[in-house]
Write a protein that binds this ligand. Structure first.
Ligand code: SF4
Length: 366
């Protein structure tokens, strides 16, 4: 992977630990020094080079000359009224911003499933899903590995201040992670490094709208994270009406890639289904989904739509959600109705950024 040219400044969060070791080795410093820098970044989570007081002065000087530590700044933060969700708009060095969400779920006895960070992988998104505020804003740019990692550090620092730890990361914020494959996977490698943030790979879930080459590549690589595939429709016509990339990767190709992933990785796939009243929530559509997934090691997450300003769909009512779920059960397919965390704080991805942009556009004083 490319680190930086001599004239470019290196964002330390962009580097995996082996890359940091290589960089420091080039300056004549041993692995011991790289480990110290790494611990400052991810164990102590210091926010500037000046705080790394235990480094050898000549190493600190080298770092100050060639690198930066670029934590993300809070542009806006908003809490849901149920107290379970906190959503942040975080500023990037070039003035762009991305959304990151901290969600808390009822914990199990073993501590699984508690604090979860939902992080972004792009500014905007090229996929254009009709019901998504990020899709409605279009694609602006990819995030670097460091900009993805910095969101995780941001949330983990916040939790530590409250005596908690970050357990789970979902790559489900703004952007399509498999459209920014290399940066996303470098970020996963940094997050799971056992000397740093040490997140368990099984506590990381990557959500894709169905980028077939990326699913196949993920199947071929040794990264035991979870895969979630957003389906939203069980026929090509229904999918294409909601998810434009379905025209490029039709269902037969997508399902072949999913079967390939299951064969290679032997790990259950989560299928996401945003439930939109009158669009994809009828009993007939539940039966077609059941037939599509029957026999696969699959779990369906049913997510009643988070309304957005740019789409006039409404969430499915609870009786229809229950019926949809029981039809899936007839096909032996387990499903969960995802709690609509933070509906009152625009929890769907892209909504806070879109609202903030609208505020700036609308307000004559801003
Ligand atoms: S739902 Fe995901 S893939 Fe679709 S437009 Fe929104 S961010 Fe992109």
């Amino acid at each position: 992977m490319r680190i930086a040219t001599q004239t470019e400044t290196i964002n330390l969060y962009d580097l995996t630990r082996p890359q940091l070791e290589t960089l420091l080795a080039g300056w004549g410093f041993s692995i011991y020094h790289a480990d110290r820098v790494w611990a400052y970044l991810y164990q102590q989570q210091l926010q500037s080079l000046a705080e790394m007081k235990g480094l050898r002065p000549d190493l600190r000087q080298q770092l100050e000359a060639a690198a930066v530590l670029a934590p993300l700044a809070t542009v806006a933060a908003i809490d849901s009224s149920d107290g379970y969700t906190r959503k942040f708009l975080l500023g990037l060095p070039d003035g762009q911003s991305v959304e990151t969400v901290l969600m808390r779920f009822e914990g199990r006895d073993d501590g699984e499933g508690r604090a979860t960070a939902c992080v972004s992988t792009q500014v905007g998104c090229a996929m254009g899903c009709v019901f998504c505020a990020t899709g409605q804003m279009g694609f602006l740019r990819h995030l670097t590995p460091g900009e993805i990692v910095a969101q995780v550090v941001y949330v983990d620092r916040l939790l530590r201040q409250q005596g908690e730890n970050l357990r789970n990361v979902v790559l489900m914020g703004m952007g399509e992670p498999l459209h920014n494959y290399d940066a996303t996977m470098a970020a996963v490698d940094i997050m799971t490094d056992h000397k740093g943030l040490a997140l368990a790979p099984r506590h990381i879930t990557l959500s894709t709208v169905g980028v077939v080459p990326g699913i196949r590549r993920l199947a071929d690589e040794e990264r035991p994270i979870h895969l979630a595939v957003s389906l939203h429709g069980a026929t090509d016509a229904e999918r294409q009406a909601l998810v434009p990339p379905a025209r490029r990767w039709p269902l037969n190709e997508l399902m072949a890639a999913c079967r390939y992933y299951l064969e290679k990785r032997n790990r259950r796939i989560f299928f996401e289904w945003t439930l939109i009243e009158g669009k994809n929530d009828t009993p007939a559509q539940a039966h077609s989904l059941g037939r599509l997934l029957q026999g696969l090691d699959a779990h369906v997450n049913l997510i009643p739509l988070n309304p957005t300003a740019g789409y006039d769909g409404r969430p499915t009512r609870s009786a229809a959600v229950t019926q949809f779920q029981s039809i899936l059960a007839e096909y032996g397919i387990p499903s969960t109705v995802r709690q609509r965390r933070g509906i009152d704080i625009a929890a769907g991805c892209g909504q806070l950024r879109a609202d903030k942009t609208r505020l700036h556009v609308d307000s004559p004083t801003s």
